[in-house]
Design a protein around this ligand. Structure first.
Ligand SMILES: [Zn+2]
Length: 256
């Protein structure tokens, strides 16, 4: 049972208990607002925090029995993809790229390079539009499939790993993920590189949190990410960490 289903059961039981208490004169009507208010907050936090596995079971980290970590880049192919690929190649680091379908179509040579250089290609929706999470499950399913078709026609591989845009999940996305047979991949280290201003602060934020099994969320659209990447790799290795591709870290299949 997902926590979402448990929350629904608790809501129904609470409403029944409140009803009985109200009829017997033990409580006031405004308790109803309190219960519904708490329920709505739980639903919203369950949507935002992918690590709660509230609507969808996601892979958010690997085992911390050794010091393997996985770095993942979202939103490409984008402005920094080439620079990031050069750095990964120079240091022999495997990574995962969760691609926006329309960006893959616009930059097929970078998709080919991802695959040729041994990185995992994942699906990150076709449009990654702001209203993605308000779409029907049918339309989300179509976006996921369209992205898989685009990636497969360019690289020859059909992704099985999906990262929800913005890390937001809901019941419609849960259906779309199940319809398409994808595996949801979250993270447990969020770099906030899309908001970061100071490269040193970003670097220390990442290095300070690292432990074995971590999945690190980065973006190949951000210059600051490319700027700190070499130092991040060097420093993480100095601390004894090794880089694994996320599918190998998790022991799951990358492609159908
Ligand atoms: Zn994204």
């Amino acid at each position: 049972m997902r926590p979402f289903q448990l929350a629904n059961i608790i809501l129904v039981l609470s409403l029944i208990a409140l009803d009985i208490a109200y009829l017997l004169g033990y409580t006031d009507w405004w308790w109803l607002l309190v219960v519904i208010g708490i329920y709505i907050h739980v639903l919203v936090f369950g949507s935002i925090y992918i690590q709660w596995n509230f609507y969808v079971k996601s892979y958010n980290n690997g085992s911390n029995s050794d010091k393997r970590i996985a770095i993942t880049f979202d939103d490409g192919p984008a402005a920094q993809t080439e620079r990031i690929l050069d750095i990964l190649k120079e240091h022999s680091v495997p990574a995962a790229f969760f691609s926006i379908g329309k960006n893959a179509v616009a930059h097929p040579q970078l998709v080919k390079r991802w695959h040729a250089e041994g990185h995992l290609i994942g699906n990150h929706s076709y449009n990654h539009s702001f209203n993605f999470d308000w779409q029907s499950s049918k339309s989300m399913t179509a976006e996921i499939e369209q992205t898989n078709v685009a990636i497969q026609s360019i690289s020859g591989v059909k992704p099985l790993c999906f990262r929800p845009p913005y890390g937001v999940t809901n019941p419609n996305l849960a259906k779309a993920i199940s319809n398409t047979g994808m595996q949801s991949i979250g993270w447990n280290i969020r770099s906030f590189d899309t908001k970061a201003k100071d490269p040193e602060v970003l670097l220390q934020r990442l290095l300070g949190k690292l432990k074995g099994g971590d999945i690190v969320l980065l973006h190949d659209s951000m210059p600051i990410t490319a700027e700190i990447l070499t130092e991040f790799i060097i420093q993480a290795r100095k601390k004894g960490f090794t880089f694994a591709r996320v599918d190998s870290l998790l022991g799951i299949d990358a492609y159908a």
